[in-house]
Design a protein around this ligand. Sequence first.
Ligand SMILES: O=C(CO)COP(=O)(O)O
Length: 139
Amino acid sequence: MNIALIAHDQKKDEMVQFAVAFEPILKDHRLFSTGTTGKRVMNETNLQVHRYQSGPMGGDQQIGAMIAVNEMDLVLFFKDPLTAQPHEPDISALIRLCDVYKVPLATNIATGEILLKGLERGDLSWRNVIEKKDGTKDD
Ligand SMILES: O=C(CO)COP(=O)(O)O
């Protein structure tokens, strides 16, 4: 499955801890991230991550574009609710698209843990039969 890893600055340490803890699950999937989050995760784990632009530079929109063609199966977006973000419209758009396309979304580490445990036991396998906009299906 295609999984997005995104974390605001105050949540990046949590995202790295999360990626370390769930590396045995995450390593079996294709990972995508915004720029700085992906750099941290790759530096501190053995995971390979396809990095898009940094969030404020359009990375949230690039991940949103994948959602819009049904190419993202799970989004782990550890948001900082206490700091104003200059690219708040992009963040809202990404979250909105998750709802439009019924993509499972965790906005904090506690929900992220539940989603990954569900992923591990096959709860998200229904995503495999969703037809991507380009006509392909996940394997
Ligand atoms: O701002 C972000 C998400 O909105 C995250 O971007 P970075 O991973 O580049 O810090």
